[in-house]
Design a protein around this ligand. Sequence first.
Ligand code: PSU
Ligand code: MN
Length: 306
Amino acid sequence: MTLPLALAPEIAAACAEGRPVVALESTIISHGLPWPDNAATARALEDDIRAEGALPATIAVLDGAVRVGLDDRALERLARGEGVRKLSRADLADCLIRREAGATTVAATMICARLAGIEVFATGGIGGVHRGAEQSFDVSADLHELARTAVTVVAAGPKAILDIPKTLEVLETLGVPVIAYGQDDLPAFWSRSSGLRAPLRADTPAEVAAAHLMRARLGLGGGQLVANPIPAEAEIPAADLAPVIAAALAEAAARGIAAKAVTPFLLAEVLTRTEGRSLRANVALVRANARLGARIARAIAAARAG
Ligand code: PSU
Ligand code: MN
């Protein structure tokens, strides 16, 4: 049986020639951002990556295949989100055999990027250790995927809906390099600083690329997490968001939201409770990550060629 993997022709050509490609996830489109901003953002991310000299490859499961590089119709279908599943490592095969539509999370996008030969992936926020995980055991499969799949992931750091210190501890246990970009502190999604020092720091795409290639040479196997601080003009002070997050968490607890539904529920609650302010911040940071991802992909390609 052949691999159910369908690369857009320009992406297949770029991968074969070692040109820079950046993977993008689809759960942020279908379950992370509201319609129609999600569709506009998905297209803006692709434009940002092209403007930086790389090719965007948005990934999803549609019609029985992993699609790498989506056309406008497929993007819109994901953005409308009706009947679109949220896929992590555990769900990929099931979605494929049922020929259902699925959006890939960070974990599933890493797996699919690896299958396609794409080494860099840009997104907004990764999943992590949820607050209250000592009771719920809710730890995102994204963390385990970072430990096992060799893709460099550019994100804006863990969201404050999560337990950030515990997320860092789990990443340390799993041996995942957590690299703050251009500063010492770990960024925290809407805020440039979490107040915690990141274990590692890089200041240029070339440094991130060199570490990526050295890890491959060592046969280490896992990925690395590049935490890129949100652009200063889009930042939201942590103190402004703290009550919003507390209310969102209380609402989730009151309604008994569990498992895969937790993160989308909290994201939607924060969005509605901030009347668009957090949406604007979210779009700004994910676009900044797409551009940095493109520069890292170019640096990897250049280092290989040179
Ligand atoms: N965090 C965000 N936006 C998102 C997600 C997380 O700020 O869209 C999505 C990503 O797809 C991530 C997934 O991989 O949620 C994590 O879900 P869970 O916590 O159920 O593992
Ligand atoms: Mn979870």
